[in-house]
Design a protein around this ligand. Structure first.
Ligand SMILES: [Zn+2]
Length: 58
């Protein structure tokens, strides 16, 4: 079972890396559902609302 445990852990690490990267690169946020978005969206792909505004980065 050790092999499966190692594989599962690697998948979890990879998922977290992807999530972190998404948070860092997202520059816009949907005002309706608060989904983090990328600059090339005119409307939210999650809920379809056009209320996408830039996120202030600190
Ligand atoms: Zn939305």
């Amino acid at each position: 079972m050790g092999l499966f445990n190692d594989l599962g852990r690697k998948v979890e690490e990879l998922k977290q890396e992807v999530e972190n990267a998404s948070d860092e690169e997202a520059t816009h946020r949907c005002g309706a559902c608060e989904a983090l978005l990328y600059p090339d969206h005119d409307e939210c792909p999650e809920c379809g609302e056009p209320s996408v505004s830039p996120v202030e980065t600190e």
